[in-house]
Design a protein. Structure first.
Length: 401
């Protein structure tokens, strides 16, 4: 194997590139360079066509000997990829160029302002969370979700669909497991369980607009409500696969469901089950990661989900590991990008210093009393996909006409 990884998913970039080549030849003929969104913006700002090393890795075309960043030419030629479409590879902390005059005017910035290569979300997330040494682990809950552990080993688990992703620190990787829908599940709860169209359960009015309301948003209100429900949601289990799933199994036909609803199950239990379901999936990630590399505690928790103290506490209870949150956790990626620039400008010696820059603002210890019920629910949770896989395919597979 020339790259040490494999494009096993139909969502991987190379198959999209080849699809355009086959199905949209008129567009394919116009291609100058194959860029990601970040690099397309850099090209507009500077006139240079590049990819940061971590961005180039996402193409899954890098030579596995990564002492020098370069594409695997044997693989590229065997796939029928035009070599002229591949941009120059640079390091994330490299200054790519200066802001072009016309772009400077458009953005209201100074001409020649330094533009750096930067990194992708999975790379910047670790840095922005302050996870910069092997074993450092963070969990992200935003629209999607993931668990990522820093490692110095190149590992690919094709069965669990988890792999070491090139990071922005030389010689280090992020062992990365992703969930399609995390915070998106809570958004679904907001729209379909809290804000009922028929207005039976809750008046359709912004919670924050109620006089003397102590809640900042409906999410804040929901967090307070589910804190009154028992750990384990009365045995109700939710699977957070509203748009299929990536790992530890990949199946675009998998879907979310509430399992084990009884007459005593109320809306509060259902809403809490959604949050717990996302956390159970994160526990599954951590369990799979631990089979390959060390996971150090505490776990850093970032993303919009980390704004909720209740969610952070539930995550600690389900993982039975201490959880740390940081200031402004939803903007951790931007913080990671800023730290890259600081290194590029010489303000920081290296990214190892991120640990000293990112301050912990919250610590959540697991409740030992919740362990038994979450251990029980988690074992059931892991069986629900295998038990229902055939039904998912029957209901959700595209029927050929």
């Amino acid at each position: 194997m020339h790259t040490g990884v494999v494009s096993a998913s139909d969502k991987d970039p190379v198959w999209k590139y080849l699809w355009v080549k086959k199905n949209e030849p008129e567009i394919f003929q116009k291609i100058h360079k194959w860029l990601d969104v970040k690099e397309a913006i850099i090209a507009r700002m500077t006139g240079r066509f590049v990819r940061s090393r971590d961005s180039a890795f996402t193409m899954l075309l890098l030579d596995k000997n990564d002492s020098i960043a370069r594409y695997s030419l044997p693989l590229i030629r065997s796939l029928g990829i035009d070599e002229s479409h591949l941009p120059e590879i640079v390091e994330s902390t490299d200054k790519v160029g200066g802001l072009l005059p016309e772009i400077a005017v458009e953005l209201g910035l100074r001409e020649g302002t330094s533009v750096f290569a930067g990194g992708g979300d999975s790379s910047l997330s670790s840095v922005g969370a302050g996870c910069v040494a092997p074993g450092d682990t963070h969990i992200y809950m935003g629209t999607s979700g993931w668990a990522s552990t820093v490692t110095d080993k190149k590992i690919t688990d094709t069965q669990a669909m988890i792999a070491s992703v090139v990071g922005v620190q030389p010689g280090l990787y992020n062992y990365f497991a992703e969930l399609e829908t995390a915070g998106k599940c809570l958004e679904w709860v907001r729209d379909h369980l809290a804000l009922d169209e028929i207005n039976i359960y809750l008046t359709k009015v912004s919670v924050s607009e109620i006089p003397e309301c102590e809640y900042v948003s409906l999410y804040d209100y929901l967090s307070e409500v589910i804190s009154t429900a028992p750990s384990g949601s009365g045995g109700v289990i939710f699977t957070p696969w509203l748009h299929g799933n990536r790992c530890p199994f990949e199946d675009s036909n998998a879907r979310g469901m509430f399992f084990n609803i009884g007459l005593e199950s109320g809306k509060t239990e259902l809403i809490r089950a959604v949050v717990e379901g996302v956390c159970y999936h994160m526990r599954w990630f951590i369990e799979m990661i631990k089979t390959k590399i060390e996971v150090k505690a505490p776990i850093r928790f970032v993303g919009g989900g980390a704004l909720s103290r209740v969610t952070a506490g539930i995550l600690a209870d389900i993982l039975q590991l201490p959880i740390e949150t940081i200031d402004d956790p939803q903007n951790f990626g931007a913080v990671g990008a800023a730290l890259l620039v600081a290194v590029g400008c010489g303000e920081l010696e290296n990214l190892n210093q991120a640990k000293n820059v990112i301050q912990v603002t919250g610590i959540y210890a697991p409740n030992p009393a919740a362990k038994k019920v979450h251990d029980r629910n988690f074992e059931v949770f892991k069986k629900l996909y295998k038990t229902n896989r055939t039904a998912f395919h029957s209901l959700n597979s595209i029927i050929e006409r």
